[in-house]
Design a protein around this ligand. Sequence first.
Ligand SMILES: C[S@@+](CC[C@H](N)C(=O)[O-])C[C@H]1O[C@@H](n2cnc3c(N)ncnc32)[C@H](O)[C@@H]1O
Length: 210
Amino acid sequence: MSFYEDHILPRCVELTLSTRPVRRARERVVAALSGEVLEIGFGSGLNVPYYPSAVTKVHAVDPSALGQKLAAKRLAASPVAVEWSGLDGEKLQLPDASVDAVLSTFTLCTIPDVGRALAELRRVLRPAGTLHFLEHGRSPDASIAKWQDRLTPVQKFFAGGCHLNRDVSVILRAAGFSIDALSNYYMRGPKVGTYLYEGRAHVEASSSGQ
Ligand SMILES: C[S@@+](CC[C@H](N)C(=O)[O-])C[C@H]1O[C@@H](n2cnc3c(N)ncnc32)[C@H](O)[C@@H]1O
C-alpha cells in the first residue's frame, strides 16, 4: 500500500462516512445483529457504538493498519468483544458455518474480487445466518449510471479501489444470496456516490455457490 492509502485515506473515509445521515443508517443496519458476527471491511470501527447487546462477539477483518489504530478508542468503550480475524475478505481464516451474521458497510464497493469475498461470506455463515449491508452502488438512473461508469477508474485511484458502479443487488444474487429486505435511496451529496443499498440477505438453500 502507498503512504496515501496507509495514512491519509482511512482518515478521509472516517470523515466522509461519519455524517449524521450515515450514522443513522448504520444504527438501523447494525440493530438487527445478534450472536457471533463477522464484520468485513471493519475500517476504523464506525459501527462499533451501535452493536446491540445481543451481539456476543465480533470478528473484524480489514487490511488497514491505521483503521485498527483509529478504532482503538471505540473498541475500548464497547462492551462487545472484538477480535481481529484477518486482513482479507477474499480469504477468510474463519471455519465453515461459524458465524450467525455478517456485517458489511461501504465495503463491497472496495474489495477487488467481490464475488470471491461473497463466496467466503457464504462459507462462514451458519445455515440460518444473515448478511446485513449498507453499501453505495450503481444507480438505476441511466444518466447517473453512465457517469458512475466513467468516474469509477478515477474513484478507484483516489479511494483505495472503490467502485461507484457495482450493482449490489445483482452481485448479491449472483453470489447465491436471497435478499429479504432492501431500501434504495440517495443520500445528500453528488448522486454518483450516494445511491445506497440498505438491507438484509440470507444464503439461498438451493444455491451451489457458483
Ligand atoms: C470505504 S471503507 C469502509 C470502512 C467501514 N466498513 C465503514 O463503514 O466505515 C472500505 C474498507 O474496506 C477495506 N477493505 C479493502 N479491501 C478489503 C479486503 N480485501 N477485505 C476486507 N476489507 C477490505 C478497506 O481497508 C476499508 O477499511
